[in-house]
Design a protein around this ligand. Structure first.
Ligand code: ACO
Length: 341
């Protein structure tokens, strides 16, 4: 793919006498596979019902990769859209957030680089499960603010359905596949990333893991999860991170125009919003149609909201995620008026 420099100037803020660039989302891209797994499909596989799934999770359908369709293939589709919308800028690094790469070597980032015909810039994966996108954004933000890099392609791509045990009704109804991408750089206008938080607690590593069931160690590997424990921990960490981000950005929860959380489960989102005192009218949701897509979840939701014209320049956004590790974190973002969004 041909690349040309972005024409925008490096926007900076004065911090302690040092000019610090402000990282912005310059463009977005997304890809979800065509295959749909409805709750009726779930009813045919495990003992469950549409009403149980909707009531406990808010999910009605999720997307599923086609046989042979890879995390890199989906990520490259999303990245190509983000690059094209930004006018094919020179990319200084490619960071891919994923926990579902089909191969250990090479990285998904290098496979995406190969698919897009990009070369030279560093390309690497990070695995922070559902918090992967906010971790990648935190990395890109620190690279841009420290003048290490100018423009970063952040991709989040997940094929979770091949990792699910379709005899385990408490996990298989949750997960779906998809990818989203963003170009992060220092933009010319106002807005950008105001604060980031990222954290982990390996002491809770057994809450959500990929492997055999504890009571069947020789059995097949799949995503295993302690549902109730995850629920409690998620609400606590998501609301805690959102409160910290508001404090860091100097906002009150009332100032926040949009809360765009990890789309794990509608009940987790509702409980978190209630704890924060944010009305559901200010929450962006797509979990009903795509399920939990792990790292891809937040950028897919942002992409959808931006495409629908719901995000306006100057609006204040809080995005928070929680996932296996356990990991959590988030970003306080002021939406820009970049024309490519
Ligand atoms: N259909 C019907 N019944 C079910 C299903 C199902 N799909 N799944 C579980 N049940 C049953 C259980 O077997 C149990 O039956 P029992 O009382 O006879 O034993 C009953 O429903 C209640 O089970 P709980 O696990 O207590 O149900 P709960 O209300 O907690 O809902 C759920 C389960 C949806 C998994 C919930 O715990 C949850 O949302 N947890 C968080 C999961 C999540 O969002 N994880 C995201 C992070 S994943 C990641 O980061 C990679």
């Amino acid at each position: 793919m041909p690349t040309a420099p972005l024409s925008h100037a490096l926007r900076t803020t004065a911090t302690g006498g040092t000019a610090t660039p402000v990282a912005q989302i310059l463009s977005l891209g997304a890809y979800i596979p065509d295959g749909v797994l409805t709750n009726a499909d779930m009813e045919a596989m495990v003992e469950t019902s549409d009403s149980w799934i909707v009531e406990r999770t808010g999910i009605r359908e999720r997307r599923r990769v086609a046989p042979g369709q890879t995390v890199a293939a989906m990520g490259a589709r999303a990245a190509a859209e983000a690059l094209a919308r930004a006018g094919n800028p020179v990319v200084d690094a490619i960071i891919v957030a994923t926990c579902s790469a089909e191969t250990r070597l090479p990285s998904v980032a290098c496979r995406i680089q190969q698919r897009l015909g990009l070369t030279g810039m560093p390309a690497f994966d990070i695995n922070a499960a559902c918090s992967g996108f906010v971790y990648a954004l935190a990395l890109a933000d620190s690279m841009i603010r420290s003048h290490t890099l100018g423009t970063v392609l952040v991709v989040a791509s997940e094929a979770l359905t091949p990792m699910v045990d379709y005899t385990d009704r408490s996990t298989c109804v949750l997960f779906g596949d998809g990818a989203a991408a963003t170009i992060v750089g220092s933009g010319a206008g106002d807005g950008g990333i105001r604060a980031v938080r990222w954290a982990a607690d390996g002491g809770e590593a057994d809450l959500i893991y990929f492997g055999a069931r504890e009571d069947d160690p020789q059995g097949p590997s799949a995503i295993r999860m302690s549902g109730r424990g995850t629920f409690r921990f998620a609400v606590e960490r998501l609301s805690g991170a959102a409160t910290q981000l508001c404090d860091d950005a100097g906002w009150s929860p009332d100032d926040v125009d949009w809360f765009i959380p990890h789309q794990a489960n509608l009940r987790i989102i509702e409980a978190t919003a209630k704890r924060l005192g944010v009305s559901m009218a200010r929450v962006i949701l797509n979990v009903e149609r795509v399920g939990n897509t792990s790292a891809a979840s937040i950028p897919l939701a942002i992409h959808e909201a931006a495409a629908a014209g719901r995000l306006q320049p100057g609006q204040k956004i809080i995005s928070v995620a929680f996932g296996s590790g356990v990991t959590w974190g988030g970003v306080a973002l002021e939406w820009t008026g970049n024309p490519s969004l």
